[in-house]
Design a protein around this ligand. Sequence first.
Ligand code: ZN
Length: 163
Amino acid sequence: MEIRTYGDPALRRRAEPVGAIDDGVRAICEQMVETMLRANGAGLAAPQIGISKRIIVLDVGGEFHVLINPELIETSDEVEQVTEGCLSVPGVDAAVGRATRAVIEGATLNGETVRIEGEGLLARAIQHEMDHLNGNLFLDRLSPARRQSVLREYERRRREEPS
Ligand code: ZN
């Protein structure tokens, strides 16, 4: 599946909860995993392939998860600034403040509820993908001046390296 990029309205919608986990949902999850692996991403949210459903996939440090209707249960007060990027804003990155620990709960493909406790990069990926489900991008977490400068760089790269 093609990954939607900055400016695509699919990235700005609040994704809808998933009802029954049927063949259609399983097919979406499969496409998401394939797309994430092909793009070498640490995670992917369904809106990034144009599907407005609350599904995320994560692949961080050997931990691999497919989560349906994930809910952020807890985040630490401690925040760290670490450089991150996004498959939907290719070619640029920026330091973003994120909680160092994040806990989410969601359903697996079997409909079983699981809780994932992430620290460091996994905590960051969890928060980044949860943002996507709410129509937000990492750019939204930057100061207006920083966002402008990252977007200028993004546009410049797009002009120079048309895909
Ligand atoms: Zn992203």
